[in-house]
Design a protein around this ligand. Structure first.
Ligand code: GLP
Length: 243
């Protein structure tokens, strides 16, 4: 069924006109160019500072502009394209020519709650490893990852991860358990104060949250992980193939 849509253009809020004007300016400038200050834009466009601020904030959140404290607002670098693949972060970043660093923020055992138990196919209350890591590429924080794995299946995992930063390498080499298949979802979220600090952005900034549920060759679930990426920095790319 085709539904007729009103011909009338929707009314544009004032800040949106300013945003479109700024997008025109940004389109003609190379990354790293300084954009006029809030005060100058307010005078030039004959509008309120609040209106200009809102337009600038949206463009910062979308990754078109970047604010540098005490310095000004600049045209942002293009976003990093990150293909969605079944490979490990370490391997994928290295293939793309990046230098990868991983900081182990937390590694502990805890009792599985209902969600973890269902995801990892263990009983509620069974022991699971909870591993939180900060992933950096070329020295810049890229993602915070919170992984849960069934502890009974991977004895000694945390000690091994302290020596070898790639989880997938540890799973394959020490436990003969490479993940071969996964369901992955992408949602948006606003950065919590802690995530914002770790990822060097503002509280409330848009995040892309990837949740991956990975399975081994026998179909058993081995990892349930959530990864927070800065929404202004990354574009995820999936190759879709017709059967
Ligand atoms: C990606 C996946 C995670 C997985 C990680 C393993 O980031 N989204 O689910 O835990 O790769 O990467 P590595 O082997 O570098 O630890």
């Amino acid at each position: 069924m085709v539904v007729a849509v009103s011909e009338r253009a929707p009314r544009e809020p004032k800040y949106y006109l300013v945003k479109r004007h700024l997008l025109d300016i940004i389109g003609s400038l190379p990354p790293g160019s300084l954009v006029p200050t809030e005060r100058i834009l307010t005078l030039e466009l004959g509008t309120s500072r609040t209106t200009v601020r809102r337009a600038l904030s949206e463009l910062v959140g979308e990754g078109r502009l970047v604010r540098r404290q005490g310095s000004g607002t600049y045209v942002a670098e293009p976003k990093i394209s990150w293909p969605l693949r079944m490979t490990s972060f370490t391997e994928q970043a290295a293939e793309a020519g990046y230098t990868v660093t991983t900081q182990l923020l937390d590694a502990r055992r805890q009792r599985a709650d209902e969600e973890a138990a269902t995801r990892l196919d263990v009983k509620v209350g069974a022991s699971v490893f909870v591993i939180e890591r900060l992933r950096l590429v070329n020295g810049a924080a890229m993602a915070v990852e919170l992984s849960q794995l069934p502890a009974a299946r991977f004895p000694g995992l945390v000690a091994k991860l302290r020596r070898e930063p790639s989880l997938y390498r540890v799973l394959a080499e020490s436990y003969d358990s490479a993940p071969v298949e996964a369901d992955e979802t992408i949602e948006t979220a606003a950065a919590s104060p802690r995530k914002a600090e770790l990822l060097d952005t503002d509280t409330g900034a848009p995040m892309l949250v990837l949740s991956r549920h990975s399975f081994d060759a026998s179909g058993a679930p081995i990892e349930w992980v959530r990864s927070w990426y800065r929404g202004d920095r990354y574009t995820f790319v999936a190759r879709l193939t017709a059967r």
